[in-house]
Design a protein around this ligand. Structure first.
Ligand code: FAD
Ligand code: UDP
Length: 373
């Protein structure tokens, strides 16, 4: 008899399994239908020996000292600040997020102050009121031309929707800057796990109270392995048999390639905002991992309607459908729903860790531990 069945061995499942096992002394069975732990953050050495990410590039960044400290129990870190260039008209490479260098290079200008750049944006901005969509956010800040150069095509490819059909939260993830900071993120903690994500997960799950079964679907074990309580980190609509209809998720196809050359591109990620290029970005892992190797591995991301559910799609009608599932989830006894798919939120890794840690605190308040009982 297990105290807990944890469905999914990604960040949500692994963080909770470790807490339940180590802090409450409870017996935990962790399953994942994939043949590995780590969820979408899974990394591995490919046939050439290059460390790469099977489900696309994962860069850890957070402003939460609590999250950073928590994960630091299971990994050492390598400082890494991600930089992205966008390939625009005539093959020009310019910094993304848009900054002073982007504007100068694109328009052959030589602005040196933030004020000049802010004036440039303000002269073009077409503010909307209220700001509702992903188009409103960008057009309202930098105007239509820069919006079309960097956001419209990329977003239409990535989501299969026009930015005007997507919640403002999507393009709000990417700031616009008037200075020359060319980092993709500005969080106070920006690191990669020194020995990779999978190794960090292995350490997290390496506890005598935890049993891990990969290649195992919930449907196969739910009756076979008795358990008192359940943590669900898969898609919430799947748990309830799609009772209210399918929640839309966006998928990707990853094209991984190892090249017989040391380097492929000048930075970790090149974005391709043009709509006639079928992929959105190319990432070269050695920038992220710091690995020294005579070959290099890159991944192209091709957005897709069908396939594994990677992105919840933030728009009002989907939020309304999720609310119906959330009400069912709240009314399901002895079951906790955690993570990007189970709570239908476009969360980064650190946000999922924070959500798992706060779920653990709720469990502590609500459920007497086996040790105490
Ligand atoms: P997941 O990692 O999806 O784990 C859920 C697991 O549950 C899966 O392994 C699945 O196989 C398993 N599962 C589902 N249903 C069942 C079932 N019925 N039975 C058994 N197992 C089941 N975040 C960042 O912070 N930085 C980044 O740079 C970044 N880049 C990203 C790039 C891409 C292309 C994508 C898709 C995401 C990226 N993210 C990034 C987000 C990050 O992947 C997620 O925040 C995080 O991995 C979510 O963890 P999770 O545990 O909620 O879900
Ligand atoms: N985006 C864009 N052009 C870019 C980068 C991002 O239009 O060059 C938009 C796009 O809609 C994307 C969103 O901003 O889905 C969020 O970008 P982010 O890089 O955070 O996406 P993720 O890494 O989560 O795929």
């Amino acid at each position: 008899m297990f105290d807990w069945l944890v469905v999914g061995a990604g960040f949500a499942g692994a963080v909770l399994a470790e807490r339940l096992a180590s802090q409450r002394g409870e017996k935990v069975l962790v399953i994942d239908r994939r043949d590995h732990i780590g969820g979408n953050a899974f990394d591995e050495y490919d046939a050439a020996g290059v460390l790469m990410h099977r489900y696309g590039p994962h860069i850890f960044h957070t402003n939460s000292e609590q999250v950073f400290r928590h994960l630091s129990q299971f990994t050492a870190w390598r400082a890494y600040q991600h930089r992205v260039l966008a390939k625009v008209q005539d093959g020009k490479l310019v910094p993304m997020p848009i900054n002073r260098t982007t504007v100068n290079r694109l328009y052959d200008l030589s602005f040196t102050t933030e004020e000049e750049v802010e004036n440039f944006f303000q002269a073009r901005a077409e503010p909307a009121s209220p700001v509702r969509t992903s188009e409103d956010v960008v057009v309202g800040r930098v105007g239509r031309e820069l919006y079309e150069t960097f956001f419209r095509g990329y977003t239409r490819k990535q989501w299969g929707l026009d930015p005007s059909e997507l919640d403002k939260s999507v393009t709000s993830r990417v700031p616009t800057r008037a200075d020359d900071d060319d980092r993709y993120f500005t969080d106070s903690f920006q690191f990669m796990p020194r020995d990779g994500y999978t190794e960090m997960f292995r350490k997290m799950l390496d506890h005598p109270n935890i049993t891990v079964m990969t290649g195992t679907d919930y449907a196969e074990v739910k009756d076979r392995h008795p358990h008192r309580r359940l943590i669900w980190t898969g898609p919430v609509d799947e748990f309830f048999g799609f009772r209210f209809g399918k929640l839309p998720y966006r998928s990707l196809r990853f094209d991984h390639q190892t090249l017989e050359q040391e380097w492929f591109q000048p930075v970790g990620t090149l974005n391709y905002p043009a709509e006639d290029v079928p992929y959105t970005r190319i990432t070269e892992y050695k920038y992220l991992t710091g690995q020294v190797h005579p070959k290099t591995t890159i991944t192209r991301e091709y957005p897709a309607a069908e396939g594994d559910p990677y992105y919840p799609i933030p728009r009002p009608e989907n939020a309304a459908l999720y609310k119906q599932y959330e009400a069912l989830a709240d009314a399901t006894p002895d079951t906790w729903f955690v993570g990007r798919l189970a709570t239908y939120r476009y969360y980064n890794m650190d946000q999922v860790v924070a959500q798992a840690l706060s779920t653990f605190r709720r469990i502590e308040d609500a459920v007497p531990s086996v040790k105490a009982a």
